[in-house]
Design a binder for this molecule. Structure first.
Ligand code: GDP
Length: 195
């Protein structure tokens, strides 16, 4: 089981020039706001400080970099999908994300947190497709699966898997509250971070 006892905050980036050095390997976590990304980060890493840093006022719209071990980073991407965000801010988010996904050499995989009751939205799909275009893996956590019954959960799992039939995409059900799927998510993170 992983622990990464020396996990530490590295830096926050508001634009392309502020990204952490592009060396080693990193795994990005992304999700619509309220999808359960903070809860997933806490459950998977067991470092409540990670999500806490990202929630600090002023940091929620930034890319937050954490070092789990030397040259091994976890990247918390800014939440998206707020209804009230002005178009200018949305366009800025899109440009920064597109840049990040297109240039990042150390990006080993994307953990995409998607509320299992909402399914994959257009902004989720944009990031997923930037990754698949570069033949980099995406793992979708269908979060809050405790809110669905078995039949509904299996249906959303099948539907999500069949939408992109790409070997670089994997999907699982996940519940931070019910502690379901945590080991599976951890093993994906571990595999991506291993050289
Ligand atoms: P974030 O905005 O994506 O970081 O989402 P949070 O982790 O803060 O969670 C948003 C809301 O969803 C909170 O009210 C959480 O309590 C709730 N939530 C998160 N994970 C789960 C889960 O596994 N099951 C249920 N039922 N609710 C959850």
């Amino acid at each position: 089981m992983m622990s990464y006892p020396d996990t530490k905050f590295v830096t926050s980036a508001a634009d392309a020039r502020q990204l952490a050095a592009d060396t080693g390997r990193e795994v990005a976590f992304a999700g619509r706001s309220n999808a359960g990304k903070s809860s997933a980060l806490n459950a998977i890493t067991e470092h409540p400080g990670l999500a806490r840093v990202s929630r600090t006022p002023g940091r929620t719209q930034l890319i937050n970099f954490f070092e789990l071990a030397p040259a091994r980073r976890l990247v918390d991407l800014p939440g998206y999908g707020y209804a009230k965000v002005p178009e200018r801010v949305r366009a800025r988010w899109h440009a920064l994300m597109e840049h990040y996904f297109n240039v990042r050499e150390s990006l080993a995989g994307l953990m995409l947190i998607v509320d299992s009751r909402r399914g994959v939205g257009s902004q989720d799909a944009a990031m997923l497709e930037w990754m698949l275009a570069r033949e980099r893996p995406v793992h979708i956590l269908l979060s809050k699966s405790d809110k669905l019954n078995r039949g509904e959960a299996q249906r959303v799992l099948r539907e999500t898997e069949s939408r992109w039939r790409d070997p670089a995409l994997s999907v699982q059900l996940f519940s931070a509250h019910a502690r379901h799927g945590i080991d599976e998510a951890r093993s994906v993170l571990e595999r991506w971070l291993a050289a």
